[in-house]
Design a protein around this ligand. Structure first.
Ligand code: AMP
Length: 187
């Protein structure tokens, strides 16, 4: 794996644990020589993961729509900042570049980006690993909802199993390397 896309909150979250988790992931990526691809902001959890990558000597690539450059405050110290026109372009560029996808704690924007990748795995539009870094159990209620979906047969069990959930970044990335994609969804 050369590059991993990380989706994450533009807010700090209520506990310092979230930024600490983001920093731990950033350091782990840099140590493995895996470049970070992310939204390009210097605020919130987004800034924390990028700073940790750069401080550990890694590569951080930001992809940001022009209209958000001032609002989300583009990170000025990145290895590369790609400015695009639209949110759709941002997601497409991140998806193209990355060999895997991780969501750190975040809000609706983070989930929107992550679930596009989740659903593309179901449709067989990519065969790359995807998962949640479950810092402080943040994603426990979401995992519970997904289990409910599978139990109520609105999602096949194989897609729940395909999504990797770990609290420790090293374990998450180890499992990414051993990932086998699920079968393409049939109806
Ligand atoms: P949030 O998790 O809501 O703090 O948002 C995290 C990041 O997701 C921010 O950089 C948002 O600009 C971005 N985002 C929100 N919605 C979308 C979208 N539809 N497509 C691409 N990025 C988005």
């Amino acid at each position: 794996m050369n590059k991993v896309a990380v989706y994450c909150g533009s807010s700090d979250g209520a506990s310092d644990a979230y930024k600490a988790g983001a920093r731990a992931l950033g350091r782990e990526l840099a140590e493995r020589g895996v470049a970070l691809v992310y939204g390009g902001a210097c605020v919130g959890i987004m800034g924390a993961v990028a700073d940790a990558v750069l401080e550990a000597g890694g590569q951080a690539i930001g992809i940001m729509p022009a209209f958000l450059q001032n609002r989300e405050i583009a990170h000025r110290g990145l290895s590369e900042l790609v400015v695009v026109e639209t949110m759709h372009e941002r997601k497409a560029k991140m998806a193209e570049q990355a060999d895997g996808f991780i969501a750190l704690p975040g809000g609706p924007g983070t989930l929107e980006e992550f679930f596009e990748i989740f659903t593309w795995a179901q449709l067989g539009l990519h065969r790359k690993p995807f998962g949640l870094l479950n810092v402080n159990g943040y994603y426990d209620p979401l995992v519970e909802l997904l289990r409910h979906m599978a139990k109520e047969r609105f999602m096949q069990e194989q897609y729940l199993s395909a999504m990797i959930v770990e609290e420790d970044p090293a374990r998450l990335l180890d499992r990414f390397s051993a990932y086998t994609p699920p079968a393409v969804k049939t109806y």
